[in-house]
Design a protein around this ligand. Structure first.
Ligand code: KG4
Ligand code: ZN
Length: 344
């Protein structure tokens, strides 16, 4: 059995976890920076980096203490090395390098998206490769064929906004504050999903990708028209988002032999309406469906430690001069899309 210390600091959560290769989370701490960023309606990179720098070291000490484990007993140190806000990523990666050096342990430089992509396997021991993954977070919206550790084929991505970003912007337009996803989902429960006519960008398109910028603009126009209740706008937005997800997944599934399981990961996977729609889609295609527990969907360090565990089992590690990467596509072979370079 192996033991991996994981560090996550690529956005606005500072997180540390200790996970074993037999899928036990021995200890984890997570500190959100919501309060620091809320006045600005979004994450401010400089504030985020400083908050990570203040919190990370004591948090590492606390996790080791909670688990009653010393650094010497860990088998590897894993940290997010990108993609993300570079200041925060560097705080986490440099801390991991220092620990790896001090304790003479291997370093695992983890792609944050790989953390999300493999997190369902931490929660579900029965989930085997390959699986079809919908990765929906604040920074990304991708369909991936997950074929093994380090083997990811990107089948679709967004040409403009990520879905979580669209949720956050909708929340801002409706005055719901930050972070927006959970607030929009709550308000949507009181609204009519068919009340406001909103576009479904790229629905039915021959290209496989997503687009959410036009939907966001339509939400703004609906709000400014003064003709609709906020709850109806929230519910109609959420329904439009679900319709786009299902249509694009359908497009991907029509072009492949469906793998045994459809899996969703990333912060937006916490959305219950989206989970239900995905489960129905999977059933219609004779596929099983897996969604990790909510705490593993939003950013956390257990998923980074787990990606480290998967790599440890394969005997992989990274050099101490590994560079932090603000952009880091999971599938470097994937063809560039319109708006390429905007989203990794
Ligand atoms: O994976 P994550 O924690 O961070 C990134 O890597 O981006 O995802 C955060 C995103 C935010 O945009 C947040 O609004 C969204 O996930 N989110 C939700 C829900 N919970 C979080 N979106 C829709 N419904 C939710 N319940
Ligand atoms: Zn994330």
């Amino acid at each position: 059995m192996g033991l991996v210390l994981g560090i996550e600091s690529s956005c606005d959560e500072t997180a540390v976890a200790l996970v074993s290769t037999d899928r036990t989370i021995l200890a984890q701490h997570i500190a959100s920076q919501e309060a620091e960023h809320a006045p600005y309606g979004g994450v401010v990179p400089e504030i985020a980096a400083r908050a990570h720098a203040d919190r990370l070291a004591p948090m590492i000490a606390a996790v080791l203490q909670d688990a009653n484990i010393t650094l010497d007993q860990c088998d590897a140190i894993a940290a997010t090395a990108g993609p993300g806000l570079i200041g925060g990523v560097m705080v986490g990666l440099v801390s991991a390098k220092a620990l790896a050096m001090a304790a003479d342990k291997p370093l695992m430089a983890i792609n944050h998206l790989e953390g999300h992509a493999l997190s369902p396997r931490l929660a579900d021991p029965a989930l085997e490769y390959p699986y079809l993954l919908l990765l929906v977070s604040g920074g990304h919206c991708q369909i991936l064929s997950v074929e093994g550790v380090g083997q990811y084929r990107r089948l679709a991505t967004t040409i403009d906004d990520a879905l979580g970003e669209a949720f956050d912007k909708t929340a801002k337009i409706l005055g719901l504050g930050y972070p927006g996803g959970p607030a929009v989902e709550r308000l949507a429960r009181e609204g009519d999903p068919n009340a406001v006519p909103l576009p479904r960008p790229l629905k039915g398109s021959k290209e496989p990708h997503f687009s959410f910028a036009g939907l966001k603009s339509a939400v703004l126009r609906a709000k400014e028209s003064g003709e609709h209740a906020d709850a109806d706008i929230a519910a109609s937005f959420q329904q439009a988002a679900v319709d786009c997800l299902i249509d694009r997944l359908q497009h991907a599934l029509n072009r492949m032999t469906p793998p045994p399981k459809l899996v969703v990961a990333g912060g937006v996977a916490a959305n219950q309406t989206i989970r239900t729609a995905l489960e129905n889609l999977a059933t219609a295609h004779g596929m099983g469906f897996t969604a990790p527990p909510l705490a593993l969907c939003t950013d956390n360090a257990a998923m980074i430690a787990w990606a480290g565990c998967e790599r440890l089992a394969l005997g992989q590690s990274d050099p101490l001069d590994f560079r932090a990467r603000p952009r880091w596509p999971l599938d470097p072979q994937a063809e560039p899309v319109r708006g390429a370079g905007v989203k990794a």
